[in-house]
Design a protein around this ligand. Structure first.
Ligand code: GLU
Ligand code: MG
Length: 440
């Protein structure tokens, strides 16, 4: 088998929990064939575990009972940054062989199926920003203090980035662009767009590779949304568009701004549901120290063409590739999200926009933070949630998003994330940093 040809000793069965943590159990070579088919047993409790490994009380997710983490063999990879190790992405399946109601990857598949009924595919790309740091005397220091897009920053991290890009290439994951971002030690890599489930699978592999390569080089890479209070935060902007085979249904050359009517309703849905969606796309306690005005993260609910203070930005097209490059960017997103849930939420919100015939308000061509409160009010611009708790309140009141997740997943998700709010809101900044820096 392929694992033998590649000399693998362990294959990691990966999943991402409600806390956004990527976890795994690995199979040895002995019994691997059986586990690739039947999965590995896992306690039902894991989906009620928060980002501090504190088990929350959720019905049916206690000490009794098992699911199987069953791999999608299409996702198999050898891991260049881990000796003789491979990985597969998994679904959480009940013992009856059906997807467990709490399975996030299955949730995204359900939403992709809803689109498929309309001959649509959501294609998405994640743009990961992250901080490269060294551990010094028990704290983390950025590897440089280089300026935005500075080639000095590029030079400082060139050996790391070379190994990162080659490790991704070996896993069949292309890199569109790389640069040293504004924050100290901050890097950004973007992936090409892919159908939603594949994009989310690869987002897990990219996060693993970013950290795995850093660890090999004696560094720490953090995808935490706000690794240091006074330095630019790490976004994970999500670019998306709707496709029918090779046709981009977001694109209409004669439509306003080059957008189809369908795209406008879909985006209106995303905008409408944005407060609750934030609980899925910017879901951590630490996320709300990034999602603030004038940080280019999109703190006020609005949309605009190439407006980097709008959480929903319609990106300008590339000349000669107008159809191919038509897409929207959700900036109110970071890599502490479970990418399956983030994309499931985007689809649910967008489809609700289409089904309700929602209309986009006027685009905003200014930084909303520079407007008076009255001006913002007259344009319907409101602040997005300012805390994890506010976002979770919005999610718990959002029927379209709750329906997309289903009741079991909704309850588990809210319990896990609310418990993190309870713990971190009582702690200090050092506790928050410790709880996010090395965990995302
Ligand atoms: N670092 C910013 C964020 O937190 C984004 C900067 C940019 O790429 O526009 O989202
Ligand atoms: Mg950036």
């Amino acid at each position: 088998m392929l694992a033998d040809e590649l000399g693998l000793r362990l294959v990691r069965f990966l999943w991402c929990g409600n806390d956004g943590t990527i976890r795994a159990k690995a199979s040895g070579r002995h019994g691997l064939m059986g586990r690739l088919q039947g999965g590995i047993g896992l306690t039902v409790a894991m989906q009620a575990m928060n980002g501090l490994d504190q088990l929350q009380t959720v019905d049916g997710m206690g000490p009794v009972g098992e699911v199987r983490i069953v791999p999608d063999l299409e996702t198999f990879r050898a891991l260049p940054y881990a000796p003789r190790a491979g990985a597969v992405l998994t679904d959480h399946m009940g013992l009856d062989g059906n997807p467990a109601p709490v399975c996030q990857r299955s949730c995204l598949k359900r939403m992709a199926d809803r689109l498929a009924e309309r001959d649509l595919v959501l294609r998405a790309a994640f743009e990961n920003e992250f901080s490269l740091a060294r551990a010094v005397d028990g704290s983390y220091e950025p590897v440089d203090s280089a300026l935005c897009f500075s080639t000095i920053g590029m030079t400082t991290s060139q050996d790391y980035v070379d190994e990162l890009v080659s490790s991704l290439a070996e896993q069949g994951i292309a890199v569109e662009q790389y640069y040293a971002e504004q924050g100290h030690g901050q890097q950004e890599i973007s992936a090409p767009h892919a159908p939603a489930v594949q994009a989310a699978d690869e987002q897990l592999l990219v996060r693993e590779t970013i950290r795995g390569v850093a660890a090999r080089q004696g560094l720490t890479a953090s995808l935490a949304p706000k690794p240091w209070p006074d330095i630019a935060g790490n976004g994970c902007h999500i670019h998306f568009s709707l496709w029918e085979d090779e046709r981009n249904r977001f694109f209409d050359a004669s439509g306003e701004g080059g957008l189809s009517a369908e795209a406008r309703s879909f985006l209106a849905g995303v905008l409408h549901h944005l407060p609750g969606l934030c609980a899925l796309t910017a879901p951590s306690f630490n996320s709300y120290h990034r999602l603030v005005p004038q940080a280019w993260a999109g703190a006020f609910r609005c949309w605009g063409y190439d407006n980097r203070e709008a959480p929903l930005r319609v990106a300008s097209v590339l000349r000669g590739a107008e159809e191919h490059s038509t897409n929207a960017e959700l900036k109110a997103a970071d890599a502490s999200c479970n990418p399956y849930l983030a994309l499931a939420g985007v689809i649910a919100a967008g489809l609700d926009g289409v089904d309700q015939g929602r209309e986009l308000p006027a685009p905003i061509a200014a930084d909303p933070a520079t407007m008076s409160e009255g001006e913002r009010a007259s344009r319907g611009i409101v602040r997005l949630p300012t805390t994890q708790n506010e976002a979770l309140d919005a999610l718990s009141e959002d029927d379209a998003l709750r329906d997309a997740l289903g009741s079991v997943l909704t309850e588990a998700y809210l319990a896990v994330r609310r418990s993190e709010w309870t713990v971190y809101s009582r702690g200090d900044a050092a506790f928050e940093l410790q709880g996010h820096f090395a965990k995302y």
